[in-house]
Design a protein around this ligand. Sequence first.
Ligand SMILES: O=C(O)C1=C[C@@H](OP(=O)(O)O)[C@@H](O)[C@H](O)C1
Ligand SMILES: C=C(OP(=O)(O)O)C(=O)O
Length: 411
Amino acid sequence: MKSILVHPPQQPIRAEIQLAASKSECNRALIINALTGFQSELTNISEARDSQTMLRLLNSDDAVADVIDAGTTMRFLTAYFAVTNQKKTMTGTPRMCERPIGILVDALRKLGADITYEKVEGYPPLQLNGFNYSGNNELTMRGDVSSQYISALLMIAPQLPAGLKIKLEGEVGSRPYIEMTLNQMAHFGIEYIADWEHNVLTIPPFKYQPKPYAIESDWSGASYWYSIVALAEDAEVELLGLKKNSLQGDSAIVDIMRHLGVESVFTDRGVLLTKIPAKASLGWDFTNCPDLAQTVAVIAAIKKIRLSLTGIESLKIKETDRVFALQQELKKLGAELNEIEKDHLYEVTTLTDIPTDPVPSIHTYDDHRMAMAFAPVGMVSDILIEEPGVVVKSYPGYWKDLAKVTTWEEV
Ligand SMILES: O=C(O)C1=C[C@@H](OP(=O)(O)O)[C@@H](O)[C@H](O)C1
Ligand SMILES: C=C(OP(=O)(O)O)C(=O)O
């Protein structure tokens, strides 16, 4: 499949969508379950390739663990295989081998892991050569690069003979993901101390208690439905399987979209999205919800809302450099993403209507979120999405679900 051409809907949208499970919640549940000896019953396991890869690698004796492009799978498994003394080569796509992992490797080495870099210092592929506990139960590490290093260490911490105290330095990014990790650990019996005033997390030594766990639907995936409702002329969508008090930080989309044209009403099955008037401008800090930045930038560009974004530095080290990718592709829609203050403040400005001849063709840069954030532009004007198969990373049913509200074709 080369590209998908999305057409605007011909009638009002009224739909119920059973959202896919969260790959983030799932990958934590899978690691914790592995640490309990695979004794918990997990339900609503995510179909996302990142989670299916985690499941496969946890059950494989192969010496090479290829995570493909899954960041959490790379970071969580590196910690898990290291402390469980499994000798593995950790590798992934060329892009995965450009995503930094040195902060996690340094921390694991301090705990007693023997890890070597196969090619470039600080980056995969890695060789895990075994674990000889150092007795160290305190670490200081940067919290402003990726929260995944911290989640990876937290989950293995109760297994260490003296537990672990982690002091985070710098402005902590993606903190809701750390809290999600701690909450899931608590579900399996761990009593942690999170001192967010001083950014110190303390995990006592403890044995995880096996328990059933149901994985919630994916709030990051929900964001594309907010976009569909915001952009379509007439739309009401009920998203099934989401909870008001979610562990997922991307539930912040509820607050963001209240400003950008979508009201959320929680039902006993999920959340009902309806249209409301949007503000003319908005400033938002994405430090806690970086995966929403692309969705929100595209909505603002199409609705001609002046959007200021902060907290998007981490976008540069994700599936692609998402800041660059957004800058390139928004231009095709007549909008710009400008850097106003270096590495800090960005602004979306719309210059023209969406060009129609030729239909804009959006390059997706091996990034599922580029495809899913730009496809809703089809609610207002024809749009081509290149390499649409990228969505399998987190939301394999995306195109099938989109067909419930509008038409699209492969071209
Ligand atoms: O822990 C997680 O499940 C994730 C944490 C975030 O990454 P960073 O902590 O690198 O920002 C997020 O972008 C990613 O999609 C999933
Ligand atoms: C950044 C993402 O994933 P990861 O870092 O786990 O590859 C994402 O899903 O947007």
